[in-house]
Design a protein around this ligand. Sequence first.
Ligand SMILES: [Zn+2]
Length: 294
Amino acid sequence: MRVHHLNCISTCPAGGRLMDGRADCILCRGRLTCHCILVESNDGLILVDTGLGARDVASPRSRLSWFFLSLLSPDFRLEMTAAHQVRTLGFDPGQVRHILLTHLDFDHAGGLDDFPNAMVHLTAPEREHAEAQRTWLDRQRFRPQQWSGAARWRTYQADGGDRWFGFDCVRPVEIAGLEVALVPLLGHTLGHAGVAIRARGRWLLQAGDAYFHRDEMDPDHPSCTPGLRFYQWMMEKDGRARLENQQRLRALRRSHGSEIDIVCGHDPVEFERLASRPADSPTPPSTGATATTR
Ligand SMILES: [Zn+2]
């Protein structure tokens, strides 16, 4: 089994250093990843989140809201889309059989249309709340224009389920030869979930937008840039649950950090650690030596 880390189009938020902590100044733009994970399995290719997709690159104004286009100014490069990087690795996008979504925000769901043969797995509350479009901000963040293949969605209830390292209501996803599960981590959205994958005897938890900055997972001295703290507050649907889940993730890292890699969607330093290349470089062709296999 091979695991590839793909940054599927960086966003470039206003606020620069106040957001990503490493831009030169606060007047320039920051750089954040859309960290997707591609797994080669016995049941075809599995993709965790899709970032922004080819149709977003071709026609951003018809797909995305002016609010987020202005705020985040995505670096629309076709070679960074998941579909393009899948091709670079020697596959056809039609070979992606399953997509697991942490949530339906535009920067996670934009590539769905590029994978016509994939079954899309997500929690039922996420689908329900995204489709309800109840608030102005919901209509900016959840973009039905990106969901033409919604008939192929398989949803999972957020109650019942299994336990996983102390987390409740975890939903195993049936994929041959692969241990993979949706781990409810609500707060950022009402059906937000992490995706846990067991690869080579080790767990990888893509925690999506449960946190945004690596230092938030510091068990002893958690911290976050002021810009990302504000952004998370602005986007949260349940602030108390979001902070509780961050606390649980810190505890998980403290107790099981040697067995589980925990990553979020948008931290470029976490991405570069796992991908072993700069966040703004697409994956190189797969030669065996370059693929990340952690
Ligand atoms: Zn996001």
